[in-house]
Design a protein around this ligand. Structure first.
Ligand code: PMP
Length: 412
């Protein structure tokens, strides 16, 4: 593996290409990250040498596949400092993890009149499952609002979380504003009122050290594909005592203890929540991604991105005709930066940037209630990861300048 942030780009051959005759500058990492050779090689190696279904077989390949699948679980456990591997459930991704909680814990514990508290900056994945659960159960969904700086309003959180609250579910880091939320403080509030605390870690686990025990969360959800791993694999961390009392999510093979004609018993944790043949290669690939990030060091990953944000954010904010959303202080900002160019639809901005080789996203970023709260329909969004450099930040600034000129004068 390349040893530092300058040389690791060679692990990502996809980055070494031209787009529209320009050097590719990939700044859409909040949507999905790229995979290093080490992850691709782990997938290829598994399919070429060890592929078999897990848990069921006694033959050598089945044992190899099982031990690699379970080793990946142990890697994830260490990565987020969970107390036990029993607390790590493999899912399809963050969306699946959050739906799992809503369909099992939520279905079993929410009653008419109960309250579920989320924030206005949630991705639809951490909004619709709770909205629909509240509708099904005649419960109330409440939103913690933002301060004018684009941070979570903790005074509002203290008002919204009450003795009627049963679930608090808030994103650890925003996929639009780049805000990092005080999950530990929210967990304290939730627990004071007897509610469970869920954190959506999709934009946090790939970018900063996460310790679920220190955060004191009851559930933590994240996706493999945003942290160098394959698509279709994700994680739900859940406290053992909660997972143990929750009903299964789906029924079928793999998740049973014993099946009788008229009733069944369930497998031990975590397999009770892993019905059917799982994404075995995906889990092993995620394990390789965890190895890669662990070798880099999550403190270093966070520091690298922070340096890029410290460099870029003030320059972007100072650029005439550009509005940056979310906290304006780089120290309060992850490498996810939403912005607009005055008078230009973000789709046009993103298309113009693509002509310069710069890949950014434009749209509502699956956060329509947040957009409405900000009085917006859409934004452009640049999002950084381990392989991005200051040269990438400079290219974004240069291309934004060229885009502004083009739309002002009709020529670059
Ligand atoms: N939550 C947040 C904060 C996200 O950014 C995303 C992905 N954009 C998700 C949830 C959903 O993740 P996935 O599509 O991998 O399930």
């Amino acid at each position: 593996m390349a040893s530092n942030f300058e040389t690791l780009r060679s692990d990502f051959p996809i980055l070494d290409q031209q787009v529209n005759d320009e050097r590719l500058v990939y700044l859409d990492n909040a949507a999905t990250a790229q995979r290093p050779n080490q992850v691709v090689d782990a997938l290829v190696h598994f399919y070429q040498h060890d592929n078999a279904n897990v848990h069921r077989g006694v033959h050598t390949l089945a044992e190899r596949a099982t031990s690699q699948y379970e080793a990946a679980r142990a890697k994830v456990q260490r990565f987020i400092n969970a107390a036990k591997t029993d607390e790590i459930v493999f899912t399809k991704g963050t969306t699946d993890s959050l739906n799992l909680i809503a369909s099992t814990y939520g279905e079993a514990n929410i009653q008419a009149g109960d309250e579920i508290v989320i924030s206005i900056m949630e991705h639809h994945s951490n909004l619709i499952p709770w909205q629909q659960l509240a509708l099904r159960k005649h419960a109330t969904l409440k939103y913690i609002e933002l301060t004018t700086d684009g941070e979570l309003d903790m005074a509002d959180a203290a008002n919204k979380i009450t003795d009627r609250t049963k679930i608090v579910s808030v994103t650890h880091a925003s996929n639009v504003l780049g805000t990092v939320n005080p999950i530990k403080a929210l967990a304290r509030l939730a627990h004071q009122h007897g509610a469970v605390m869920i954190a959506d870690g999709a934009q946090a686990a790939p970018h900063m050290p996460v310790d679920v025990q220190a955060l004191d969360v009851d559930f933590y959800a994240f996706s493999g594909h945003k942290m160098l791993g394959p698509t279709g694999i994700g994680v739900l961390y859940g406290r053992e005592n909660l997972l143990a009392t929750m009903p299964p999510y789906q029924f079928g093979g793999e998740m049973i203890g014993f099946v009788h004609r008229d009733d069944s018993t369930w497998a031990e944790l975590p397999w009770k929540f892993e019905a059917g043949t799982q994404n075995i290669a995906g889990a092993i690939g995620l394990g390789a991604a965890v190895d890669y990030l662990t070798q880099l060091g999550m403190d270093q990953v966070q520091q690298h991105e922070q340096q890029l944000v410290n460099y870029l954010l003030p320059k972007l904010i100072a650029m005439p005709g550009v509005t940056v959303y979310g906290p304006q202080d780089p120290q309060h900002h992850t490498g996810v930066i939403a912005f607009n160019i005055d008078g230009l639809h973000p789709h046009d901005a993103a298309t113009a940037l693509d002509m310069e080789g710069v890949a950014v996203r434009a749209g509502h970023h699956c956060a329509q209630p947040l957009m409405a709260a900000l009085g917006l329909v859409a934004t452009a969004r640049a999002s950084f990861y381990i392989y991005n450099t200051q040269a990438d930040a400079d290219q974004l600034l240069t291309s934004l300048q060229a885009t502004k000129e083009f739309f002002k004068h009709g020529t670059v």
